[in-house]
Design a protein around this ligand. Structure first.
Ligand SMILES: *Cc1c(COP(=O)(O)O)cnc(C)c1O
Length: 410
């Protein structure tokens, strides 16, 4: 394994000298992408600088001609951001990554860098509301056609992917109903008509689902969610082949400017060190809570992919290693009663973020998805009686206690 310190620059990818020794994801999460300066600091350094200096005008010219490896400007690349990109790429099993200021910047750039007027995009219908706005309002305004397909509509996917298509955008599991799209099946269809398959893997996180291994071409994250996971910083990332990142994403982002700040990249780097442990623990608690809630009076349905009652349970089991950290709960009560249950919670906070160490509950119909007409919400399975619970790192016993206590008012 490389132990060299360098004055600056990229460290070689960590690779043990024994070819039969493949590092576990947890080791990659702690050490992937680490590049130390000549000071030999243990923790990753934060390079809070916008620009870089050159020894000579000739060196600057050579750097801009890409004949010499040298950072040019932090909108293009920055050493701390590069460490984060390399660590996340190693964890995902992707050749390359580009980090962005937010998850939406990643989502927009991942699709926009591929399409122009007259092109066609196919997407799974149930998705995060800002992704929905990008695909159904912003891109169509620029002459790009978008076709939406229900997650599990096999015939719908076949029909939508029977003509040339530039990009397929899949959110699986979807936010908030945790609907599952068959990534392998859709990727096979998409590749036959020349489409690049992009998976919004935010809800599963890099810990519970590996879309590239299922045949997708690109993965995008809101690193605001499980990757930071502690409610501190916004961020996003696009991961894929070296060719896609270098020749499609970077020529687009370099000039449109959605780059991640070095400080946020440093926060995210430290967060990756614990992401496996946090997500595994939150996922175990989410399953326990889902099982418990399903049998409580006042609860009409619990949508959680690893519950046998979930409509895509088998598919979820085949492509995810855990059911996620978030569940949707449909109460047998009108909106005002649902609000009363939320208001009665003493540990769980009312907040629309997710993937956080603090458990958070939200009412999608009146908050995150309120921009969508009620009938579109209904198509996504969201009713005024639905809440989304993001399960955090508190004791699961306290969370169950809090929920049963609040539910007693129904
Ligand atoms: C939060 C979220 C996004 C957007 O991420 P931001 O960091 O808030 O911009 C995109 N997709 C999904 C599924 C999300 O949950």
């Amino acid at each position: 394994m490389t132990k060299r310190n360098r004055p600056w620059g990229y460290q070689d990818p960590i690779e043990p000298s024994n070819p039969n020794w493949e590092l576990d994801p947890q080791t990659i999460a702690v050490r992937g992408g680490l590049a130390r300066t000549g000071f030999g600091e243990t923790s990753e350094a934060i390079f809070m600088n916008s620009g870089f200096t050159y020894d000579s005008a000739e060196q600057a010219a050579a750097a801009f001609r890409e004949e010499e490896e040298h950072f040019l400007y932090s909108r293009f690349a920055n050493p701390t951001v590069a460490m984060f990109e390399q660590r996340l790429a190693a964890l995902e099993g992707a050749e390359a990554a580009f980090a962005t200021a937010t998850g939406m910047a990643a989502m927009f750039a991942s699709v926009a860098c591929l399409v122009k007027a007259g092109d066609r995009v196919v997407a799974s219908a149930a998705m995060f509301s800002s992704c929905y706005v990008v695909l159904t309002e912003i891109l169509p305004g620029w002459g790009i056609e978008t076709v939406l397909v229900e997650a599990a509509d096999i015939e719908g996917w076949k029909a939508a992917l029977s003509v040339p298509t530039k990009a397929v955008f899949i959110e699986s599991p979807s936010n908030p109903l945790m609907e599952i799209t068959d990534i392998r099946f859709v990727s096979d269809l998409a590749h036959k008509v020349g489409a690049t398959v992009i998976v919004d893997n935010v809800m599963a996180s890099p810990v519970l689902q590996k879309p590239l291994q299922l045949g997708a071409d690109v993965v995008m994250y809101s690193t605001t969610k499980h990757i930071d996971g502690q409610g501190r910083a916004l961020g996003g990332a696009i991961l894929g082949s070296a060719d896609y990142i270098k020749n499609s994403v970077i020529p687009f982002t370099r000039h449109t400017g959605p780059s991640m700040s070095a400080f946020n990249a440093w926060v995210m780097l430290k967060s990756l060190e614990t992401v496996n442990m946090r997500v595994e623990r939150m996922c175990a608690s989410a399953l326990e809570i889902a099982q418990k809630l399903e049998n409580l009076p006042g609860v009409k349905a619990v949508h959680y992919p690893f519950l046998p009652s979930h409509k895509h349970h088998d598919l979820a089991k085949s492509q995810m290693s855990g059911g996620g950290t978030t569940l949707a709960i449909e109460f047998d009560a009108p909106q005002e009663k649902v609000f009363a249950v939320m208001n009665a919670l003493q540990v769980i906070d009312i907040s629309n973020n997710l993937g956080d160490s603090k458990s958070l509950i939200t009412h999608p119909s009146s908050t995150t998805h309120r921009r969508l007409p009620l009938e579109v919400q209904a198509e996504m399975g969201i009713t005024p009686s639905t809440v989304r619970l993001s399960v955090g790192l508190e004791s699961v016993n306290d969370l169950i206690h809090d929920l049963t206590n609040a539910l007693a008012i129904l």
